[in-house]
Design a protein around this ligand. Sequence first.
Ligand code: BES
Ligand code: ZN
Length: 457
Amino acid sequence: MSTVQKFIDENIQTFENELFDLLKIPSISTDSKHKGDVKKAAEFLIVQLQNIGLDNVTLHDTLRHPIITAEKCPHEDRPTVLIYGHYDVQPSDPDELWITPPFEPTVKDGRVYARGASDDKGQSFTHIKSVQAYMETGTELPVNVKFILEGEEEIGSPNLVPFIKKNRELLSCDMVLISDTSMFGENQPSITYGLRGLAYMEILLTGPNRDLHSGLYGGAVDNPANVLCEIISKLKDKDGVIQVPGFYDDVEELTPEMREAYKQLPFDEEEYKNNLDLKALHGENGYSTLERVSARPTLDVNGLWSGYQGEGAKTVLPAKAGAKVSMRLVPGQYPAKIAKLFADHVKSIAPDTVSVEVVEHHGGHPIVIDLEFYGLKAAAKAFEDIYKKEVLFSREGGSIPIVADFKKVLGVNSILMGFGISKDALHSPNESFSLKDFHRGIKTSARFFELLPEFSD
Ligand code: BES
Ligand code: ZN
């Protein structure tokens, strides 16, 4: 075993403890109350990067949360890998559903439970630790490495796109390495070669100028909550087809070869359903579950509010109602175009008994990565050497908006080397990450750096 791999085995306990310290920081990017915590997580990582001896470790303040960059580029003639990760997390609510508190990392059955354990503190930390293993054993880094870590991924990376446009030279590289996706299953190394895009919208309806007594006014005044339900029910038909005119116009259809590749993946639909305690699945007619969750666009209500939410009953006709709706997009679709189609459609079907506002939140472009890219081949070999199992290539339904911008602005492909699994419960209560995958992730990262020069020749 190489000195680097041995160092990782010998130091894994320390690495875990450091990860737990990072997980204790509630760096929730969407919540302004946690702005200081997001900064604290950034400062924690700055110290990590400085301590392992990287050059130019810098915290860049932005309009909201900081961006961190660092590098170690000893070679003129070897590839440069830009490692991207995010240290912000989703809100932990509903907190009462957590078995152990979200920001008190707890180990049970080989998994660490905490918000951000998998998405993305645990996964992105693997690369810091693998670079550390090279630095501290005095082993020459086989490639040049640069880091870019952000605190705004979970809110659509608003300040990262302008940052990469302004800092092309600082970030110049041959590829981006990202661990922020999932493997196809437990002990099944996988490379994600496609992600969906996103258009995130909010509908706000206003009816009467105040909440009304539902007995005195009900029947004569239209109820924004009822109207909202009617609007939402018209957005999809019973076959799961989205009814926003023009929504599918630019969708790139799956080729017969792509559909065949989906069929070859070892997917157990019964198990998928049972894991979610569902009696039946539902989605767009004519597509398989795997196609529906990765290669087809969707429209989902993510939040819904109106009227009385407290204990017991209150007879009220609410003045307002609102919904947050996200649409996952596939290659061919543009977030801004879809957002406009959605807003126009919602306004056109709303009755004049309410006033309608449609707000566009963040968006992101979908991406599919060329399977012939040499970086993917090196990543696959690294996975196979550590996991001792053949890698699967799959597309996933989640979004990492910056991946498309890395391609557009820096002209480079990303390698989505995820170490998570579906059991990690990303964005849900009781998020967790397997410590075995944390360990194997660090080793895979180190092995990848070692193999990459061979593959780039
Ligand atoms: N890590 C996820 C994305 C992901 C998870 C991709 C699993 C593939 C497999 C990422 O942090 C995330 O949740 N992104 C957001 C982006 C959005 C807020 C712009 C998402 O997909 O909802
Ligand atoms: Zn993430």
